[in-house]
Design a protein around this ligand. Structure first.
Ligand SMILES: NC(=O)C1=CN([C@@H]2O[C@H](COP(=O)(O)OP(=O)(O)OC[C@H]3O[C@@H](n4cnc5c(N)ncnc54)[C@H](O)[C@@H]3O)[C@@H](O)[C@H]2O)C=CC1
Ligand SMILES: O=Cc1ccc(S(=O)(=O)O)cc1
Length: 484
């Protein structure tokens, strides 16, 4: 068998046991570059879900009491195995997600970084010693694993986003029931296999696929699950957070974004446009941190629009497996429909299509890199998260006008500004409503930096010590070493 062949049937992992299609319904997995079915995915039954929960509960007893140093050793070994298997995992990722192979390899690099960071950071999950209120008293706080976790992951960075949740949870001493996206399962199966081969005990990590609402509802309602971590859209996040609230369970929600970019008239237009094009069209625009609304000051509006348009036109769009491809297809038909609708609506509302604007070819979910200019402030595309390779440009005159428009959505995940003036940069970072801010730069999320949205973009943080704290409970202990 070709080492890179897509597995025709995929598997769930329940209580340390791989479970295939036999006796289960199945779902197709489709290559977005060809629209061909490439594999079939078993749908977890209620019994699979319940057994995964029981296994996560049973494994928690020992995994949470395994030392942080031993847990770290397992995570480091998983990272080594993923590194050794990286070509195969990256190939599977491109086949099911569509991203260029080089980007899939880049995603694996970030998986390794997440595992290594969490392994080391968990060793520093220190508590505090308080000044005691009386002699012979020791009063302290300790951090302890919060319990079994439900981790729900989308299809845009399926391995990295799964690895970030699983690594932080396991490093903290939690056990996990992971449900990645049904659209992109195989690379996650390999991620989980690496953890198992590295020595994660049976039941400490379980993998389910199936009907998302059915699985999430059952997991959240189960008394076993003590924490929910979800990445995805605002409506689904709101639904899951509501369910979690009914059971008084904490959740981390990494939801949508609609990041503004403010381009001031003092910039080097070519450099700013190059940076914007690279980050805008990364992963075909399907990134929650993507710059997705461009507010450009009048003095450079024409030049910036022209340069961004040239760069968009020059992008080579194609099958991610081809070596020259710079941008792959959208991951699914829902995104293709949304992209077409948003451009049509914007055009109807008065925007001008500078380049792109529609589907490319008849096979595969390819959408042309698109630049829209003269977009009116009331356009739908400025309010709805586009999650596609479309860059709407809006002109502005004054700083206050730009900030007001940038803050005029319910999203608050990321925001960017390009300026050489320190006063503008400082005022931008102070007044913008976003959790991830870039000035003259774009940065994908980092293992050691917390990412957390303001407003509807989320709850809590992933990454950094804050991302590990999300899987731990802080307990206060007062120990009298002699009876009064
Ligand atoms: N923050 C991010 O990185 C992501 C954001 N999105 C947002 O979602 C929008 C639509 O994408 P879709 O895939 O159609 O979004 P969606 O919100 O329906 O799905 C996103 C993920 O959530 C899962 N999901 C959906 N309903 C669920 C439920 N009831 N319980 C548990 N999991 C559930 C899906 O399986 C998928 O993996 C995008 O336009 C984008 O705005 C989507 C993917 C990732
Ligand atoms: O939550 C989704 C998410 C967050 C960050 C990134 S990246 O670090 O910019 O790749 C991708 C998806």
């Amino acid at each position: 068998m070709n080492d890179n062949a897509y597995p025709s049937s995929l598997e769930l992992l329940v209580a340390g046991q791989w479970r295939g299609l036999a006796g289960r319904d199945s779902l197709p997995v489709v290559n977005p570059a060809t629209q061909q079915e490439i594999g079939r995915l078993p749908v977890a039954t209620d019994a699979d879900i319940d057994e995964a929960l029981a296994a996560a509960q049973a494994a928690f007893e020992s995994w949470s009491r395994t030392s942080a140093w031993q847990r770290a050793a397992v995570l480091h070994q998983a990272a080594r195995l993923i590194d050794a298997r990286r070509d195969r995992i990256a190939h599977l990722l491109t086949l099911e997600n569509g991203k260029p192979l080089a980007d899939a390899q880049g995603e694996i690099d970030r998986v390794l970084e997440a595992l290594q960071y969490c392994a080391e950071e968990a060793k520093r999950a220190y508590g505090r010693i308080l000044p005691p209120r009386a002699p012979l008293l020791v009063q302290s706080t300790v951090k302890r694993a919060i319990g079994p976790v439900a981790a729900l992951v989308p299809w845009n960075f399926p391995v990295f986003l799964a690895a970030r949740k699983v690594a932080a949870a396991l490093a903290a001493g939690c056990t996990v029931v992971l449900k990645p996206a049904e659209e992109t399962p195989a690379a996650c199966v390999e991620l989980v296999r690496a953890f198992v081969d590295a020595g994660v005990p049976p039941g400490a990590l379980n993998l389910l696929y199936g009907v998302p609402a059915r699985i999430s509802q059952r997991l959240i309602a189960s008394p076993v699950i003590r924490k929910i971590s979800f990445t995805g859209s605002v409506p689904v996040g709101r639904l899951l957070a509501t369910q979690a609230a009914q059971h008084l369970k904490p959740c981390t929600m990494e939801l949508g974004g609609h990041a503004p970019v403010i381009v001031f008239d003092d910039v080097d237009v070519d450099k700013a446009a190059r940076a914007c094009a690279a980050f805008k069209f990364r992963n075909a625009g399907q990134v929650c941190l993507s710059p997705s609304r461009f507010y450009v000051q009048s003095g450079v509006q024409e030049a910036f629009t022209r340069r961004l348009t040239e760069l968009a036109k020059a992008l080579r769009v194609g099958d991610g497996l081809l070596p020259d491809t710079q941008m792959g297809p959208l991951q699914n038909a829902r995104r293709l429909e949304a992209a077409s609708r948003l451009v049509e609506q914007a055009h109807g509302e008065g925007a001008r299509v500078e380049t792109g604007g529609g589907r490319l070819g008849r096979q595969g979910f390819f959408f042309a890199p698109t630049v829209l200019s003269q977009v009116p402030a009331s356009a739908r595309i400025l309010a709805e998260e586009p999650f596609c390779p479309v860059a709407p440009i809006v002109g502005f005159d004054t700083f206050d006008e730009a900030i007001a428009q940038a803050n005029a959505t319910e999203f608050g995940l990321a925001a960017y500004a390009f300026t050489q003036r320190l006063d503008r940069a400082a005022e931008f970072t102070e007044r913008i409503e976003a959790g991830w801010i870039g000035v003259n730069s774009f940065t994908p999320s980092l293992s050691d930096a917390p990412i957390g949205g303001m407003k509807d973009s989320g709850l809590g943080y992933e990454g950094g010590p804050e991302g590990l704290d999300a899987y731990m409970h802080i307990r206060f202990i007062s120990q009298a070493n002699a009876l009064a």
